[in-house]
Design a protein around this ligand. Structure first.
Ligand code: DGJ
Length: 690
């Protein structure tokens, strides 16, 4: 073995290097801006021995450290071999490379277990995607107790800060930033969904990055199940990020000849702060993850907050009339339409129309909606079942449970075990029939509880595999439905933002971000959401929450920062409200391409004020939103400095007389005046040619 086995993964502006040490270990050597010369990149070397307590394997930055050898760092991979050996010693075997992918194969020095590290570079996005494939080539099953997707290394040093997102139901997406101290910081989900509580996203900076400046290393896990991110920082000034499927209550039985591939983790580096990190992820999501990422979403109406479970032909038809007159393009009927459903205690599982509410089925309503010029959408919650349902009475064993224990209900519901093929096939059939029999353009796929007491009676698998097999089952069902009904737009909802991640976005087109639709609160929620996700994935409704304090215009402006939807009770809206809504919807349609598909710049968040700018990719048109919530009087509206404009081009900003260069708007900025609390403004930005 020589030290010449070495790779530099280059993107447009960054480089990531790794190589094989003389001892055969795969070593991470560099991640940051592209360096001028090949010889600039550090050669893979073993660290020297410090003491009997810290051998080279402890100190050498292994690219994908397994539990084994004489080392004690938080490993990426932990297995038990059939003879009980729990020591995994990985050494380089060979590598394969083509234009798309690099695969580096590590092998255990004794047992025939291959660990394949897979790399894919996204040159124009400055991102790298990694995953791991395990191949059991022994003749007996291996128990895998942990298999993360990647370990990401930031340069040796101190003073790093971690940004991450926290929340809870109805209050998601709080952006947190904290120093990284020596030790391990773990964020995770143990709820089977991604969860409202944390996001599988991290951003690490050197302690002084802001929206526009500073080095940021950031990444995500593309997975909708239990996940973990563990940031370990040690006395040797090394900081490593482990990311992958959570190993809590986890075991995978890898049979002889079997392979398992982890979900991908994608990460990147930028010198241009958190704003650029977000924009790179936004572009990645739109161009490489989303099924319809470059088509703007329709303005929708959703019935939930207006009629709750009381949906019927009349109530929905009345709402649809008003929505259509305002310019809404898609009418979505939420919960309550199916067999046995009048409240949340019954019906889930029985996915055919409720004959009392819809005596002639859904067709008359859909025809009416279509006749008004709108598409029709429907809410479903396919993974759930109420004990009071025909499905549960027929198949009580289909739910996740331990036979000797009570089945804990949440919102009166139990969970169908999507790890089971018969469950998948049944739901596939039900959903397929719904979509075949009706003109449905949009499905909101909801999930209103988390998975607990994860009992699964299976011979084929280790029952603890439920945490991954369930998610794979959901992906399978959703994927087949997408293939069969490619015209349908799908929304991922889990009581709001409980299932928002890049894994689900390969199947869903957008996310219901939060059940909190109070527009002032939504500003912070949207700020956090935008760290990871682009505006076209952010469904945002204008509702009646806090309407005494928040004007309709303010509520619209907040929702216009994403994929605009309406969720208020339109029957109660006055004529002037409806006329105003129609004007704002028309304005939204004009700015929709830049909001949903352009670059987003978070300009300002300080006591009482938020400002967000969107700019088309060609830098011809943009839009600026400014919000004032509550600020002590008198307060001067903060000056705004635009971003991303062509410095030498001339731009007009609506509401400002002067035509100025992009550089002037960016460096000298503009002074708006929002003197009232809970007021807002929207300014269109237009490039003036000539
Ligand atoms: C939770 C969702 O977040 C709401 O928007 C609504 O669809 C309800 N479920 C319906 O039960």
């Amino acid at each position: 073995m020589t030290t010449t086995t070495f790779w530099i993964l280059e993107t447009q502006r960054t480089a990531y290097s790794l190589g094989v040490s003389p001892a055969g270990r795969l070593i991470h050597t560099y991640w940051g801006p592209k360096l001028p010369y090949r010889e600039d990149y550090p050669i893979p070397q073993e660290s020297r021995e410090w003491a009997s307590f810290n051998h080279p394997e402890q100190l050498t930055p292994e690219e994908y450290p397994a539990y084994g050898d004489y080392k004690f760092i938080d490993p990426c991979l932990k297995v038990t071999f059939p003879d009980g050996t729990r020591d995994l010693v990985l050494r380089f075997d060979h590598a394969e490379q083509d234009a798309q992918q690099l695969q580096i194969v590590l092998k255990d020095t004794h047992y025939a277990l291959n660990v394949v590290l897979i790399y894919q570079v996204h040159p124009s996005l400055d991102l790298i995607t990694r995953s791991i494939r395990l191949e059991n080539q022994t003749d007996a099953p291996i128990t895998v107790e942990r298999v993360f997707s990647a370990q990401w290394h930031v340069p040796q040093g101190d003073g790093y800060h971690l940004s991450h997102l926290t929340g809870r139901w109805i209050d998601e997406w709080h952006l947190q930033r904290e120093p990284i101290y020596q030790g391990i910081k773990r964020i995770e989900s143990r709820r089977l969904t991604t969860s409202h509580h944390h996001q599988p996203w991290f951003a690490i900076d050197r302690g002084h990055a802001d929206e526009d400046r500073g080095e940021v290393w950031f990444g995500v896990l593309e997975w909708s199940g239990n996940w973990q991110i563990a940031i370990e920082s040690d006395i040797f000034h090394r900081t490593r990020v482990n990311i992958g499927v959570n190993d809590w209550d986890f075991a995978l039985r890898l049979a002889s000849g079997e392979r398992y591939t982890t979900p991908p983790s994608t990460a990147g580096y930028t010198e241009h702060g958190f704003g650029e990190a977000s924009r790179l992820l936004h572009d990645y999501i739109r161009t490489e993850i989303l099924p319809h990422g470059t088509i703007p979403h329709q303005v929708l109406y959703n019935s939930w907050e207006a009629t709750l479970f009381n949906v019927d032909v009349q109530s929905q038809g009345d709402l649809a009339e008003i929505a259509a007159a305002m310019g809404v393009e898609l009418f979505v009927m939420d919960d309550g339409w199916f067999h046995g459903r009048s409240f949340d205690h019954a019906g889930l599982g029985d996915w055919w129309p409720n004959h009392t509410k819809f005596p002639d089925g859904l067709a008359p309503l859909i025809e009416r909606v279509n006749g008004l010029g709108m598409d029709f959408g429907l809410w479903v919650e396919p993974e759930m079942v109420n004990p009071d349902s025909d499905l549960y009475r027929a198949h009580p064993d289909w739910v996740i449970h331990f036979p000797s224990r009570d089945r804990t209900e949440a919102r009166n519901q139990l969970i169908l075990n999507f790890a089971r093929l018969d469950v998948q096939e049944y739901i596939l059939d039900q959903m397929d029939r719904l979509l075949r029999d009706h003109r449905i353009a949009f499905i909101k796929w909801d999930m209103n509880r988390n998975v607990s007491q994860p009992g699964w009676q299976t011979e084929e698998h280790d029952p603890r595999e439920i945490w991954i097999r369930y998610v794979e089952g959901v992906y399978r069902v959703w994927g087949i439905l997408r293939e069969r009904h490619p015209q349908v737009i799908w929304q991922s909802c889990s009581g709001g933002g409980g299932r928002a991640d890049l894994g689900i976005l390969r199947y869903a087109d957008q996310i219901w971000v939060s059940d909190n639709t109070e527009a002032a609160a939504r500003l912070g929620i949207q700020w956090g959401f935008s760290q990871v996700f682009p505006a076209n994935t952010m469904e945002a409704w204008v509702t009646d929450w806090n309407q005494r304090q928040l004007s309709l215009t303010f509520r619209f402006h907040v929702s216009m920062c994403g994929a605009l939807g309406i969720g208020g009770h339109l029957i109660n809206w006055s004529k002037s409200d409806r006329d105003l809504a129609a004007r704002l919807i028309a304005l939204y349609k004009a700015i929709r391409p830049v909001v949903q598909l352009g670059d987003q710049y978070r300009l300002l968040r300080q006591t009482g004020f938020y400002a967000v700018q969107y700019l088309g990719k060609d830098r011809q048109n943009g839009v600026l939103f400014l919000f004032r919530t509550h600020a002590p009087h008198p307060t001067e509206t903060p000056r705004l400095y635009l971003r991303g404009l062509d410095p030498n081009a001339r731009y007009q900003i609506e509401g400002f007389d002067q035509i100025r260069s992009g550089l002037a708007w960016m460096r000298d900025g503009l002074q708006a005046d929002l003197s009232d609390d809970f007021s807002s403004a929207v300014y269109r930005i237009t490039r003036v040619n000539g």
